[in-house]
Write a protein that binds this ligand. Structure first.
Ligand code: ADP
Length: 599
């Protein structure tokens, strides 16, 4: 698939057209002097880019977006809702999200026929455990102000972690890595079993390592002292920390490490100190992250400095022998990485912890992510790509005779609230289930009446009741389990009718056509973006003109994936050509899920 990747920055628009099957760029470019202080606006810049790719059959556009906040934690196809969310998050990334959005709007207006996908710098870090994303502030103050750690450079950390695993020939989910993205912006990430569990940038990209012009970590007391200086304003301190600190501030020689190294070699003390502070800070994080993960398998260098600065890598890795990391000086000096040769190893043969240099390629990663989303949704281009998930608690469908016996002859069910499937409703009535071991009271009756009474419980209920219920599709009750029902007016011993519901997707014939499935098919549904990603196999497709698209899971299944309101899943198929998931589901979750996550 040919994907145009747009990276709209404050003063430039970087772009690349990527052939995702070949994993290679077919055309690249840069429009400079963009924005309020430049010559062209973002819309014009995007127009120039599109003119330069007009002869290419671009099938999707991948947009780099810096901040996805708590709601956008995976690549997502852009619609009006997604645009609105990116806009709402602007205060968290004032320099980036507004210009990212300007690019999105311009590109969508001019290329309306292809899917546009947003890929977020923050997304990879949505797995940060609670202890790693929380600042030690009173939550009553921090939460309303949105003060928590997010992390950035996620696209790069994710990409190089995967490349490193492939090089080491160890599955990513068996590795503990520290990835170091050292460029003008710099961040470290602890990637434990493929998930980001710590990262050095926090609520904003200002925390953590020493950067080209950004300070990184600073005592908040120092910030207060700066603000209290005579003549200081919030804006002046903001400029100081973002633009006049880091390597540039320390060295007084600009932000390019090559210049600083030259000066240091000539005896310039400020330049020497800048290098020493930079390396010390990175080394400190490597040790801290090894401790946070309880061990370390490899350190991965990337970014302009990580990929090229031989002497800086040597300094950073000094004195890490105690961790089992031994640098090979010759390999370090000889290491060259490029899109053709992405990985170079710089650790010694005897080193237990490996050290790698990996050429990052954020545009390729964005293109692959965008292609995965676009393909997954190509079949449902004009319909919903995500499948809403409903968790069914234990419940009972009654027939006429059982209703009469439990609630009295001729009893009419009292509707309580409508269910999403047309004509179905919960009732005021409840019954008790009586098993050999225990009873469960207050089990909700669902209306309307059916031809045959059917009781649906979870595996946990089954053990509690002491019964053995088969997994069945609704209505398939031959040979199902017996159970006793008790109502206010009497009880009924059912010879059969008790089942564990076979997880299933309700869909209309139109949905089925768009997903390319038939009634009775079994598919997989991937649920991710939450605390416990899970792919459900053996999901039954049920097609009927009256059905609304919805995946029904029972409470055990919902709990296993820690699902909460608003969760969605995606049909899961493999793209044989690229070996990637076709429909990496862009789940968006409600904030409630964040609150529940406990991480
Ligand atoms: P950005 O974060 O803006 O994408 P890069 O990842 O391109 O930045 O990193 C740019 C920085 O990499 C430069 O400022 C320079 O300091 C550093 N760099 C590039 N090549 C070398 C080199 N050979 N030696 C030392 N530093 C280098």
């Amino acid at each position: 698939m040919l994907v145009l990747v747009l990276n709209c920055g404050s003063s430039s628009v970087k772009w690349k057209v990527v052939d995702t099957a070949a994993r290679a760029a077919v055309r690249v470019g840069l429009v400079e002097r963009v924005g309020p202080s430049g010559e062209v606006g973002h819309a014009q810049a995007v127009e120039r880019v599109l003119a330069q790719v007009a002869d290419l059959a671009v099938e999707a556009v991948g947009h780099r977006v810096v901040h996805g906040g708590e709601d956008l934690t995976a690549p997502v196809r852009i619609d009006a809702d997604v645009e609105a969310t990116i806009e709402r998050l602007a205060p968290l990334a004032p320099l980036h999200n507004p210009v990212n959005l300007a690019g999105i709007r311009a590109a969508r207006a001019r290329l309306p026929g292809v899917p546009h996908v947003a890929v977020f710098d923050t997304a990879f870090h949505h797995t940060l455990p609670r202890r790693a994303r929380t600042y030690a502030l009173d939550p009553a103050v921090a939460e309303p102000a949105g003060i928590r750690r997010f992390g950035f450079h996620g696209t790069s950390h994710a990409f190089v972690a995967r490349e490193a695993a492939a090089w080491l020939e160890v599955p990513l989910d068996a590795l503990r890595l520290v990835t170091l993205h050292l460029g003008n912006g710099a961040s470290a990430c602890a990637v434990e079993h493929g998930r980001s569990v710590e990262t050095s940038m926090g609520m904003t990209p200002l925390e953590g390592l020493v950067m080209g012009t950004r300070s990184g970590d600073l005592d908040p007391g120092a910030l207060l002292a700066l603000l209290r200086q005579e003549g200081a304003t919030v804006d002046s301190v903001d400029r100081l920390l973002h633009h006049r600190s880091g390597l540039a501030g320390l060295s007084g020689a600009g932000n390019d490490l090559r210049d600083i190294e030259e000066r240091a070699a000539a005896g310039d003390d400020r330049a020497r100190l800048a290098i020493a502070v930079f390396a010390h800070r990175v080394r400190k994080y490597v040790g801290a992250y090894a401790a946070a993960m309880g061990g370390l398998d490899a350190v991965v260098f990337t970014g302009g400095i990580g990929e090229n600065a031989v002497a800086m890598r040597r300094r950073i890795l000094q004195r890490l022998e105690f961790l089992g990391l031994v640098l090979d000086e010759d390999r370090n000096t000889a290491a060259r990485v490029s899109p053709d040769r992405r990985v170079a190893e710089i650790s010694d043969e005897t080193s237990r912890v490996r050290a790698l240099v990996v050429a990052t390629d954020e545009e390729l990663e964005i293109a692959l992510e965008a292609a995965a989303v676009a393909r997954g949704q190509a079949a449902v281009a004009d319909g919903p790509g995500q499948i809403p998930i409903a968790i069914s608690a234990r419940h009972v469908h009654l027939d006429r005779a059982t209703t009469d016996a439990l609630f009295g002859p001729g009893h009419e069910l009292t509707p309580r609230s409508p269910l999403s499937q047309t004509g179905q409703f919960t009732c005021e009535e409840t019954v008790s289930l009586i098993g050999p071991r225990h009873r469960i009271d207050g089990v909700r009756v669902l209306g309307p009446l059916r031809k045959q009474t059917q009781v649906e419980i979870s595996r946990t209920d089954e053990f509690f009741l002491g019964v053995d219920a088969p997994i069945r599709a609704s209505g398939h009750l031959e040979g199902s389990a017996p159970i006793t029902l008790e109502g206010p007016k009497g009880s009924v011993q059912l010879k059969e009718g008790l089942i564990c519901s076979w997880r299933h997707i309700h869909m209309s014939p139109d949905d089925a056509r768009r997903f390319g499935v038939d009634d009775g098919d079994q598919v997989q549904v991937e649920v991710s973006g939450g605390p416990r990603d899970l792919t459900f196999g053996d999901v039954l497709i049920r097609v009927h003109p009256s059905f609304r698209l919805e995946l029904h899971l029972d409470t055990d299944e919902g709990n296993a994936a820690e699902l909460s309101r608003g969760a969605t899943g995606c049909l899961h198929r493999l793209d044989a050509a690229e070996g990637r998931l076709l429909s990496r589901r862009p789940t968006r979750r409600l904030r409630a899920s964040e609150a529940r996550r406990g991480r």
